[in-house]
Design a protein around this ligand. Structure first.
Ligand code: GLY
Length: 396
């Protein structure tokens, strides 16, 4: 007989602490083994009178640029005021997309290696079973709105590059030549000087730059961003940053949205996990939602948001489901270049999760000083600690 899930017993508690998670893990695995095959998804009905909640990455609860309401506060207010859940979430992430101070999303996001800001976003509407995304979109400050239009106005799920921009222009979005801010351009130039010191000179160091005898550009490229992290020139959020925001209202309607400028200084045309359904976001209106921030390539390989939702469909608590996905990513990370000195993943990856009962969790590969996620309930908004899978840090 399959032992009951600890988290099912704990249905009054929206989150589990680490001890409860560990205690529930074995039972969870047993329950997962008995879960229905993926092709036979049960028609679970979302309950009514769910405690409404919005979860997001930590940048979903930061007051920047003079704002008085954060992303999760805006989304929660609109959602509980009777607005469509996805409309509310998109309005929330718009605050972050339009904020020049947020260096990883929308306007002022990190440009690619050519200095061009290319944005990715997707959204999913649980009750409507509709989804849309855009990738490598240039010139539009709010790619989440364009993704929403792909979902609402087309038969397609994903538009990319010039086609996505043409679609946005046709719908009346303002197309700008350049979404860089002074800071995003300055950091790109700093990165350029580090990877190509022979051509991009640092005026502060003079023409006899002390970088002259440094390793060739190709050898420096991988390390340049990490050097900048170590020097405090930029934060980890700025290197891989993104916002994911998911919500459920009292009627049990679940939606989600993810939006990003992607990996800083990426190869032009690189698309990460954020706009890919099942990776950067997955919503099943009858089960729940999951979305991510962090190293997109690791998530893409494992389609972890889909995995998390399927784990919840099998009855697992959002925390258990998230830990399962992180464990899968860890197990599939085998290339030495992606491992730290302890043989563990040398990168961060986080998931923001809620289920149809309004239970929620935020999980990450490692704990860290910025290891928080945003949550807004009827008690207000806060930054809560992400539950880490692994001790220590990505650097070893
Ligand atoms: N998770 C954002 C990216 O890798 O593009």
């Amino acid at each position: 007989m399959v032992p009951p899930l600890r988290c099912e017993e704990d249905s009054m508690s929206p989150t589990l602490n680490r001890r409860e998670f560990v205690a529930s893990a074995a039972a969870g695995l047993a329950a997962a083994r008995s879960a229905p095959a993926l092709g036979r998804a049960p028609a679970v009905q979302a309950p009514r009178n769910v405690p409404p909640v919005v979860v997001a990455s930590a940048n979903g609860h930061r007051y920047t640029n003079g704002g008085t309401e954060t992303c999760v506060e805006t989304a929660f207010r609109r959602m509980t005021g009777g607005g469509d859940v996805l409309d509310a979430l998109v309005a929330g992430v718009n605050i972050v997309e339009l904020d020049p101070e947020d260096a990883s999303v929308g306007y002022g996001g990190r440009p690619n290696a050519d200095g061009v800001v290319q944005l990715d976003a997707c959204c999913m509407h649980g009750p409507k079973r509709r989804a849309g995304g855009v990738a490598a979109l240039e010139g539009v400050r709010t790619p989440s709105n364009v993704a929403r239009m792909v979902a609402d106005l087309t038969d397609h799920h994903l538009l990319v590059g010039a086609g996505a921009q043409r679609f946005a222009r046709q719908l009346g979005f303002t197309i700008e030549d350049d979404l860089n801010t002074e800071r995003s351009r300055r950091l790109w130039l700093d990165w350029k000087r580090r990877i190509d010191p022979g051509h991009y000179l640092d005026p502060d160091r003079g023409l006899d730059s002390d970088r002259a005898g440094e390793p060739a550009a190709a050898a420096r490229r991988d390390g340049a961003g990490l050097d900048m992290l170590a020097e405090g020139v930029l934060t980890e959020d700025e290197l891989y940053g993104t916002i994911n925001c998911d919500g459920i209202n009292a009627a049990g309607e679940v939606c989600g949205v993810t939006t990003t400028s992607g990996l800083a200084w990426k190869i032009p045309g690189r698309v990460g996990d954020s706009p890919i359904l099942g990776a950067g976001l997955y919503v099943d209106g009858a089960v729940g939602a999951a979305g991510s921030t962090g190293r997109g390539e690791a998530n893409l390989y494992n389609l972890a948001s889909f995995l998390i939702v399927e784990q919840m469909r099998a009855g697992r608590h959002p925390l258990d489901a998230g830990m399962e996905a992180l464990g899968r990513v860890r197990a599939n990370t085998v290339e030495p270049r992606l491992l730290n000195g302890r043989g563990l993943p040398a990168f961060g990856l986080s998931f923001y999760i809620l289920d149809r009962r309004g239970r929620y969790a935020g999980v990450s590969m490692y704990a860290g000083e910025n290891s928080r996620y945003a949550v807004c309930t009827e008690n207000g908004a806060e930054l809560a600690p992400l539950e880490p899978l692994l001790e220590g840090s990505a650097r070893g």
